[in-house]
Design a binder for this molecule. Structure first.
Ligand SMILES: [Zn+2]
Length: 158
């Protein structure tokens, strides 16, 4: 990632997280439409239940770009999403992170953490993606997890 691409994304030029987005790609699987965001199950499931919650209405890079009403709506979405994820996967802890170091469009990583996970006690991130554990579910396992998350969210969203 060079600064030029990041700077362009930050200005909303070619931003890969702007809506509309693909429901399924090499990075995620769509789970649910929330009030001002969409929830996706990350393709890398080293941390079972790892999801991304992406702000939908427009391109923004940071929380301080939001109006107070947008922030209230997004924080409610985040609470509902995290609650559904934790009810589903029964993890020991959860990390919630808004980074934007690669794609500066406001989104949250919701990362369930387990005592047996490869980075327990530490952030999951390494200096490069190549250094990070990469665990993929089978299509059947992935679809079952997506369905479980949708059931846990209902009737709040979907
Ligand atoms: Zn964007």
């Amino acid at each position: 990632m060079n600064d030029t691409a990041w700077d362009a994304f930050a200005r909303g030029i070619g931003c890969p997280l702007d809506a509309p987005r693909q429901r399924s790609n090499e990075h995620w699987e769509f789970v649910a439409q929330m009030s001002v965001s969409s929830l996706y199950l990350s393709a890398n499931q080293t941390y079972r239940g790892h999801c991304q919650l992406i702000f939908d209405p427009r391109h923004v890079t940071r929380l301080d770009d939001l109006s107070a009403d947008e922030w209230r709506a997004l924080s409610l979405d985040l609470h509902l999403a995290q609650s559904a994820i934790m009810r589903t996967v029964k993890a020991e802890h959860v990390n919630v992170e808004s980074l934007g170091n690669i794609v500066p469009h406001l989104h949250w990583h919701i990362i369930p953490r387990y005592r047996h996970d490869p980075r327990w006690g530490l952030p999951i991130w390494m200096n490069s993606f190549e250094q990070m554990a990469d665990t993929r579910l089978s299509t059947k396992e992935r679809d079952e997890l997506v369905e479980s998350l949708r059931r846990a969210l209902a009737p709040a969203a979907i």
